[in-house]
Design a protein around this ligand. Sequence first.
Ligand code: PEP
Ligand code: MG
Length: 757
Amino acid sequence: MLEQLRGIVQRVNAAKDLQSALNIIVRRVREALNTQVCSVYLFDTDINSHVLMASEGLKAESVGHVSLDIGEGLVGLVAKHAEPINLQDASIHPSYHYIEETGEEVFHAFLGVPIIHHRSVLGVLVVQHEERRRFDEGEEAFLITLSAQLAGVIAHAEATGAIQGLSPSGHRVSDTMFSGVSGSSGVSIGHVVVVFPPADLSQIPERQTKNIDKEISFFNSCLNAVQDDMRELNEQIAGEIAEEERQLFDVYVRMLDDDALGNEVVERIRMGSWAQGALAYVANEHIRKFEMMSDDYLRERAVDIRDLCSRVLFYLQQKEPVAMEYLDDTILVSDELTPAMLAEVPKEKLTGLVSVKGSGNSHVAILARTMGIPTVMGAVDLPLNQLDGKQVILDGYKGEVISNPSDLVLTRYKNTMKEQDELTAGLEDLKDVPCVTADEHRVHLWVNTGLMSDVMHSLDQGAEGIGLFRTEVPFLLSERFPSEQEQTEIYREQLQAFAPKLVTMRTLDIGGDKDLSYFPIDEENPFLGWRGIRVTLDHPEIFMAQVRAMLRASIGLENLQIMLPMVSNVNEVNSATQLIKRAHRELLQERLDVKFPPIGVMIELPAAVYQTRALAKLVDFISVGSNDLTQYLLAVDRNNPRVANLYSAFHPAVLNALYQVVSEAQEEERPVSICGEMAGDPGAAVLLVAMGFDILSMNAAALLKVKSVIRSVSLDAAQDLLDQVMQMEDAQMIRSAVDLTLYNAGVDRLLRSSRTN
Ligand code: PEP
Ligand code: MG
């Protein structure tokens, strides 16, 4: 059974488009279940009905013509309840809806299972039989398992069609929406540039070449280079391996020959494709075909083709690296965006970002917020390689990408962009006014930084201090650990630019999703593993060099605070403090006039929440890292788009934890700040002020928005709202209550989460 399942899924995966995928499904399933009919109905949102898309057993002329309205017939019932229906005799069921065109009156037994992707029903898979007998449990389980596995493939094939402007049943569509989650708010309209990691055949986008002849001869030269490499390798290992194995190299060289793979690629280039895209297309086709073979030996050959073609791709990319052309309205799209990819695009050309992987609290999304670029994360169904050069609308508020936009929708979004610009211009006036509530309660707004450019931008926005300098950022951009001297210079720049305002430097917080290329941490479960303080306490040499660099950098400025990440117990704080004292002593011995800085602890783990008082006694200040705290309290990986809808800082458990931290820090008379992303959410900020946080630290791009909202709400009103939401049991209800308060206070719709288009 498992073999059959695998075989069908692989074949469907290899299909070139939606229709071929569906044809394979109906043929193979009918065979596997030895039944008389197998059909697939897909829901077409464009015409609001389930269309018979493919069938083996029903009359061919009904395919593509027959459709059932929502809830109509047994198919409609399966879709409506999202549950299988297994009947001995369909014709006596009250929902049976006979359609003459199909010729199905002779088939009595009926089993229909829903095809569900991300909670929505894409369609229904049906098998039918003449005999009046229920399909048995095994057959039902087989169909359910298959449908669950195929849903993703069908969704992907549908999305690929939709990008080309076609609905599942072939109607022309516009405004196809791909959802993800919000990475950074704002709307933008632009043209897609797909970026991809090197030598990865699976991610090469389709593009046109400008010069076909040149592209063909370039491809041939790369192909020859790989053939030469193969021959050379063959020579090198002569005598080391058996003669028959050596002959394999000849086979490889021939596989690339003009009349084999090479020829197919050239044909595709002749049709206008660029060499990389043509190679990737042909290679992937062959890889899929081999992967589907039932013979183990032949299946393994897929690996050879991937290897060979990756080598050719490597030459194509290295010999003449294609200079990336960034359009003036670039929307950068990638399977997994990295900070380095962002850095390559001239800032003035970057209008939006989309990542298929990752979520709203991934570090690349945090970077995007700091840069103020509308971003969608976790757009898992986006057909990446079809997107290059296409115009899309990016809605960073809702986390949506819209392709083939209609004039109507374009106009609506252009108006939103205009409103956005007016709002930003209006906020400029707030730069130099203090952040006070409508009843004059003073709130301190600090910023989170990573790069020197953030510092300049932050000062420009009227930031009153740095609540979190992510010191790992310069480490991430380096090719080895920066030396103590290099670190001193980087830290000095930040301290000097802000002096006399305070700068909170967090000790190196690597691990989780922050991996240094030169210090890889390979773990099964990185977010529960070797992260933050755990790494640096195990490597005191790294910790000491960093702390010494911070202390040296602060000489004469005296505006440094040091903060410890990922603390789960008091021993870690004691050990870290000992090391900081030692670093301080060493510098004093060098006769340097260094002041001992205030030390703080981040509350990022549930364990730390329950130990706030004990931790507060050991340090000078407390700062809540709500990004990780939310992740750990709700057991929701902050990077995983599949569970992104469960990640909410408005969850009552998170709000209760925050409230408890503030109260306990206050009991120990320690200042308490928050430096997680929720501090930069205007609605959340109102609750945080009411809870009693002394400092809200956020990305610079959020600062004036938060200031504007806080200034329009009184502390009394904020506290009433807090009292009200602390009684609520659901994150969505809390969010709505906050929005309503902001609405009543006259806050602009673009600053509220319940923005309607
Ligand atoms: C946090 O976890 O809230 C935080 C500020 O740290 P980071 O996002 O860098 O993990
Ligand atoms: Mg954190």
